[in-house]
Design a protein around this ligand. Structure first.
Ligand code: FE2
Length: 430
């Protein structure tokens, strides 16, 4: 029996060590110790971690890599970012959107990031971003699972043609219904937008992913309406609430009622640690709120929590590199999730949890799963986050599609070793 690809001596995220992974026909066909057979390609993992690919369930690919166009965000606030994006939208072309998005996809692949859910702004009568990202979805289909969310950035009711444009975008092939209830003119309009958008999704058999309560206002409670509409329409498991930052500032008693409602509706919660810690609390003096949603509490109620990157070099965020390990690292710091178990959980927030939120078929490292994975220069998931580990090999469909040399520094110190590698210092522990 021969395989297309055989990975030898890997550590897995669940703690198993010394595992071989055999792939044939684009699928994983065996995961066990000491598989002995011929293979077209053999990779010796050397006791390093093999993980399923990184997954980003919240991104804005229509705006990525546009930093400085047409000017910089001087206040650093969410609202100036939205205003700035409005200026850029006027001069956007399909070609420019495609070029920047493809550039970002190249970067994503090099980082082992092989599935991305991106919001695409539909508050533009030309639907430039939609046209661009539909083309990009086709062009990257063989190596990135790209899901598009019809996102009414300027408000579903607040923006004149948003409903018409959103429906047109869905007709053109955009996958998911988005929303931004906290940006509507009134709380009532916000709640009405949630109800209408969930109804559209139910009618068309689509998933929902809303920017929900991305504010420090503890009275912004659209997640309550989103949970209500989700269970009322039978959309359980198909709806995501992105950001949910107002929950950070809510009254504890109210949150104790809210969390079971979110769990009952099987809503996926998507925090965006890099952006939340940057944008929230901007109106505070001191002490400044962190603004990230209540990750440990959502977890303890059985809610599926994912961490998204949200932005890379755009009107809202001038940093970022498509590195989901950086996202996981920020998430655990901001949530103060520092136990060994908590850190492992945060690794899942950038791998299996967003895969679940996106409903990815064949995701994982079990027999029968797609032969998609990443070999990292780290021995376990904790070390991977700590070191923002190098992606030594990125495999898609049983084929290596990106490689990066191991990171080792040469030393020129009398009496000391010739090289240093930070992963040599990490203890393996249970
Ligand atoms: Fe976002």
């Amino acid at each position: 029996m021969s395989f297309d690809l055989l990975v030898k001596n890997a550590n897995l995220p669940d703690g198993r060590t010394g595992i071989d992974i055999a792939c044939r026909g684009g699928r994983i066909v065996a995961v066990e110790a000491a598989i002995g057979a011929e293979a077209g390609t053999v990779i010796d993992a050397g006791g390093q971690l093999v993980s399923p690919p990184f997954v980003d369930s919240h991104f804005h690919m229509d705006a990525t890599l546009s930093l400085g166009l047409p000017r910089m965000n001087r206040s650093g606030t969410l609202l100036e970012g939205i205003a700035l994006w409005g200026e850029l939208k006027e001069i956007l072309t399909v070609e420019a959107v495609v070029e920047r998005a493809l550039k970002y996809c190249d970067l994503a692949v090099s980082q082992g990031l092989l599935a991305i859910r991106t919001h695409v702004d539909v508050c533009d009568d030309r639907l430039t971003g939609v046209k661009g990202l539909l083309e990009v979805r086709d062009r990257v289909r063989d190596y990135i699972d790209l899901q598009l969310v019809a996102f009414p950035q300027d408000g579903f009711y607040r923006s004149a043609n948003a409903e018409k444009n959103l429906l047109a975008a869905l007709d053109m092939g955009v996958d998911i219904v988005g929303g931004i209830p906290h940006f509507e003119r009134t709380m009532d309009d916000g709640a009405r937008s949630v109800a209408r958008l969930c109804a559209i999704a139910a009618e068309r058999g689509l998933m929902v992913d809303m920017h929900c309560d991305e504010t420090d206002d503890p009275m912004s409670r659209h997640i309550e309406t989103l949970a209500f509409e989700t269970q009322r329409l039978g959309l359980q498991g198909r709806v995501a609430g992105s950001h949910l930052t107002s929950m950070h500032s809510m009254d504890n008693y109210y949150v104790s009622k809210l969390l079971p409602l979110i769990a009952e509706a099987e809503i996926h919660a998507i925090a965006n640690p890099l952006i939340n810690i940057t944008l929230q609390g901007r109106h505070d003096s001191y002490p400044k709120r962190r603004g990230q949603t209540r990750v440990p509490e959502l977890r303890s109620h059985g809610v599926n929590v994912a961490f998204g990157h949200d932005c890379v070099m755009d009107p809202w965020y001038s940093m970022g590199s498509g590195d989901m390990l950086e996202v996981a690292s920020m998430g655990l710091h901001v949530a103060q999730m520092t136990s060994r178990d908590d850190i492992r959980y945060c690794f899942e927030c950038v791998t299996s949890h967003p895969a679940k939120a996106m409903g990815l078929e064949g995701y994982g490292l079990e027999t029968g799963c797609r032969a998609d994975f990443v070999l990292l220069q780290a021995r376990d998931t904790i070390e991977a986050i700590r070191l923002k580990a190098t992606r030594l090999k990125v495999v898609k469909g049983g084929r290596v599609i990106a490689s990066t040399p191991a990171r080792t520094a040469a030393l020129e110190l009398p009496g000391r070793p010739a090289t240093v590698n930070s992963s040599e210092y990490a203890p393996i522990e249970s």
